[in-house]
Design a binder for this molecule. Structure first.
Ligand code: NAD
Length: 338
């Protein structure tokens, strides 16, 4: 039997990426939905042939505990709601995938991990790029020092269009602006290219050009991740400028992706030529891998702890930007890099 996944929150990412990806998976399938909008429930029920009993609202969510069709709950809600629904899913006895960023505070992230541990269920964060061959090649080239030790990293992710959904500009719901949303890919990319967790961070906000739109959250920021051997990752994120790059510079040459973080159309180059990697359905591979972990009782390569590590870094980067100081990151989770 295929494992059943219930999507919680039927917004853009669920509708445009996750549900279609689930039609390509062998080990799991779309089995249920959670939505507060009756019209969406009707539309999805028809489109994906879902029985009434597998359609939930946020009020009936906990009744999933009695539904054996649903093995995995995938939380695809605005960021600050991740904690509540991951915890409720774990209490209902389900394995959980939570979208990035894992949480809007370290305290929430810890509660989520504890709830899943207590329930004996697995928790994974929706880091799709760990299942993308181009980004895996960046990990291999950097971590195995194929071109020598990586000495400098550039990671930039800025989005100008489509990131103005009201919750994304609301500090309470989003936890911040571009940093936790698209900047988290720069944090991820730098860490998996270097294969280490940074020992300190520094940061500076971009000046706001639209004070009304960016009343509550930053418009953009430059930040640096400082590694133990002196390597610096220069990172940049924005909701008002478009860039999309991950580059490593090593002793004997450079390697880079541009675009680096998109769903498809990724392109890679190294000093010696084009990176020959396929573009794949990242979300299908990501969900397939998690289903495989459950079926074969293996650890996920993108566990809740990795998401919490990045939430810790996001908090440190905000502290650095707020104070203008370099902020040490001792005590940060040394979760592996995959
Ligand atoms: P969206 O605004 O399109 O969808 C959010 C959904 O949550 C909507 O269906 C909305 O109705 C529902 N919702 C429930 N309660 C809500 C509330 N109180 N306020 C607002 N909306 C509420 O957003 P999205 O782009 O689908 O993002 C959802 C999550 O997925 C976010 O955590 C985001 O970071 C993540 N995401 C990840 C990727 C990726 O590539 N991994 C891409 C896009 C989004």
């Amino acid at each position: 039997r295929k494992l059943g996944i219930a999507l919680v929150g039927l917004g853009k990412y669920s509708e445009g990426q996750l549900a279609p990806a689930l039609e390509e998976t062998r080990l799991c399938k779309l089995a249920g939905i959670v939505t507060g909008t009756p019209e969406k429930a009707e539309k999805w029920k028809k489109k994906y042939n879902l029985p009434d009993k597998n359609v939930y609202t946020y009020q009936t969510f906990d009744q999933m505990a009695d539904n054996p069709d649903i093995d995995i709950v995938y939380v695809v809600l605005p960021n600050s709601l991740h904690a509540e629904y991951v915890i409720r899913a774990a209490r209902a006895g389900k394995h959980v995938i939570c979208e990035k960023p894992l949480a809007t505070s370290v305290a929430d992230g810890r509660r989520m991990i504890e709830a899943c541990q207590k329930a004996g269920r697995k928790l994974s964060v929706g880091y799709r790029l760990h299942f993308d061959p181009h980004n895996r090649e960046m990990m291999r080239l950097g971590q195995q020092k194929v071109l020598g030790a990586v000495k400098k990293i550039y990671a930039q992710n800025g989005q100008k269009e489509g990131y103005d959904t009201p919750w994304r500009l609301n500090k309470k719901l989003a936890g911040g602006g571009p940093l936790p949303d698209v900047g988290v890919y720069c944090i991820q990319g730098a860490i998996y290219t270097k294969g280490e967790v940074p020992i300190a961070v520094s940061a500076k906000y971009h000046p706001k050009t639209d004070l009304k739109k960016f009343k509550e959250v930053e418009e953009g920021m430059d930040f640096q991740l400082h590694f133990a051997d002196g390597t610096v990752a220069e990172c940049k994120t924005s909701y008002n400028d478009a860039y999309n790059q991950l580059r490593g510079e090593a002793d004997q040459g450079w390697f880079e992706l541009s675009p680096a973080y998109a769903y498809s159309g990724l392109k890679g180059q190294t000093k010696t030529g084009k990176m020959e990697q396929p573009n794949v359905n990242q979300q299908a591979r990501q969900m397939e891998a998690f289903a495989d972990c459950i079926l074969n009782n293996r650890e996920t390569t993108v566990p809740g702890e990795m998401g919490l590590r990045d939430v810790q870094l996001v908090e440190a980067i905000y502290r650095a930007a707020d104070t203008g100081q370099k902020v040490p990151t001792q005590g940060i989770i040394q979760q592996a890099f995959d």
